[in-house]
Design a binder for this molecule. Structure first.
Ligand SMILES: *[C@@H]1O[C@H](CO)[C@@H](O)[C@H](O)[C@H]1NC(C)=O
Ligand SMILES: *[C@@H]1O[C@H](CO)[C@@H](O)[C@H](O)[C@H]1NC(C)=O
Ligand SMILES: *[C@@H]1O[C@H](CO)[C@@H](O)[C@H](O)[C@H]1NC(C)=O
Ligand SMILES: *[C@@H]1O[C@H](CO)[C@@H](O)[C@H](O)[C@H]1NC(C)=O
Ligand SMILES: *[C@@H]1O[C@H](CO)[C@@H](O)[C@H](O)[C@H]1NC(C)=O
Ligand SMILES: *[C@@H]1O[C@H](CO)[C@@H](O)[C@H](O)[C@H]1NC(C)=O
Ligand SMILES: *[C@@H]1O[C@H](CO)[C@@H](O)[C@H](O)[C@H]1NC(C)=O
Ligand SMILES: *[C@@H]1O[C@H](CO)[C@@H](O)[C@H](O)[C@H]1NC(C)=O
Length: 339
């Protein structure tokens, strides 16, 4: 009786001691861990997330253009495109909001948010380029009601190699449009569409460009104010999904995130790539937006090709969703050593 109870007690003591030793070890390990990382806790492990490229318009003044035209006014509008690492929906009902995180020092950030780079020593080397390229957009900071438009482009596996171009290089150093073209993805522009459809307010006809520079400037401003859905910049062809977002400085302040700045943007519409016959050696096709006239047109077409009906494509995408089978994920980039 006594001996068995002693045995039981002994067993408990043994277990207790073992547990204490284990707890000490765990405590030791975690205290070492805590010590080594007390100042900067390690980030969570990488999570496979969709890979987005963000496109927006950038208004720059080049010395060459200024000298050529002999007027201080004309800014040239080009496209700024970047990989966006941190980007996620934060609501799905109205308003549909997404959180977009812009890397400090990038041309895309400065263009979309109307900021000037705060880093004076970035690998972007932007501080040295101020002579050649002035980011003139939003120099008038009082103009807080301006709405900035950009397009999130969900890449596909075919675009994987573009990550090197769009993500690791600055538009200040290379011409990404040319680089993408060389990689087989010449940027697509909806100006052709606008011409075809003669959408009044959206139509910024190239032919007017040489008439009067001052007119051009005001015209561009009018364009931006009157037509919020207008996209006056290029897009990447063949993406799995396009999401047009807007950010209004006056309604949504920026969030400081260290080397990033977070903007809460509103989703305006979504688009898909409609593959068409290869015309000029590039990817043939066009972006169709969920609100495009073209959609309705196609709907009433005599051809009852339900399988290829764009509206149906939208519906199918809505029900099937997007995952690794039809969109590029960062885990896939990691597998092939691109990141
Ligand atoms: C660069 O930034 C640092 C820190 O913000 C600042 O102290 C320094 O004066 C800046 N240098 C120039 C040349 O702007
Ligand atoms: C500036 O860049 C140089 C060289 O890349 C680097 O050694 C230095 O630490 C940087 N300074 C700051 C303030 O970032
Ligand atoms: C930055 O630009 C300067 C002047 O244009 C150039 O001399 C320097 O090599 C560039 N640095 C990097 C890291 O590209
Ligand atoms: C920029 O312009 C200033 C003044 O005109 C000049 O001193 C400087 O060398 C120029 N920098 C570059 C990188 O061209
Ligand atoms: C760039 O902007 C600065 C400040 O607004 C101005 O002083 C400079 O002349 C501009 N440079 C060019 C090439 O337009
Ligand atoms: C800034 O914008 C306001 C309002 O649009 C305008 O009245 C003002 O003249 C602008 N200032 C400059 C320097 O462009
Ligand atoms: C890049 O090259 C394209 C095609 O040659 C041109 O239209 C565009 O203006 C260039 N972009 C910049 C920022 O120079
Ligand atoms: C749908 O369109 C694609 C590209 O335009 C074409 O390859 C495919 O054969 C079409 N499918 C049907 C069912 O017509």
């Amino acid at each position: 009786m006594i001996s068995s109870s002693i045995l039981t007690i002994f067993k408990y003591v043994t277990v207790a001691v073992a547990m204490m030793i284990m707890m000490m070890m765990i405590g030791y390990i975690s205290s070492v861990d805590g010590f080594s990382s007390s100042s900067v806790p390690p980030p969570p492990p990488p999570i496979s997330v969709p890979v987005w490229s963000f496109a927006t318009t950038t208004t720059t003044t080049t010395i060459a253009a200024t000298i050529e035209s002999n007027t201080p006014c004309p800014p040239t509008t080009t496209t700024s495109m970047n990989i966006m690492t941190f980007c996620t929906p934060v609501s799905v009902s109205s308003p549909k909001l997404w959180a977009l995180s812009f890397y400090d020092g990038t041309l895309t950030k400065d263009s979309f948010l109307g900021t000037r780079s705060t880093r004076n020593n970035s690998s972007d080397n932007d501080s040295n380029n101020d002579n050649n390229t002035n980011v003139s957009k939003n120099e008038n900071n009082s103009n807080n009601n301006r709405i900035n438009t950009g397009v999130l482009q969900l890449l596909t596996y075919n675009h994987a190699q573009l990550v090197k171009v769009l993500g690791k290089k600055s538009g200040r150093d290379i011409n990404k449009s040319i680089a993408c073209q060389e990689a087989g993805f010449p940027w697509w522009n909806n100006k052709m569409m606008n011409k075809k459809n003669t959408r009044e307010s959206c139509d910024d006809d190239d032919n007017n460009n040489h008439n009067s520079n001052t007119n051009d400037c005001t015209q561009h401003q009018l364009l931006q104010n009157s037509c919020s859905n207008c996209i006056d910049f290029d897009l990447l062809p063949g993406c799995a999904l396009y999401i047009q977002v807007e950010w209004q400085p006056s309604s949504s302040p920026l969030i400081d995130a260290g080397d990033h700045v977070v903007a809460i943007c509103e989703v305006k519409r979504t688009g898909i790539w409609k593959q068409e016959d290869n015309k000029n050696g590039g990817i043939g096709g066009q972006v169709l937006w969920s609100d495009d006239d073209e959609l309705l047109l196609n709907n009433n077409d005599e051809e009852e090709d339900i399988g290829n009906n764009t509206a149906m494509s939208f519906l199918r995408l809505r029900s099937d969703g997007l995952d690794e089978s039809n969109a590029l994920y960062s885990g896939q980039l990691r597998e092939v050593g691109i990141i």
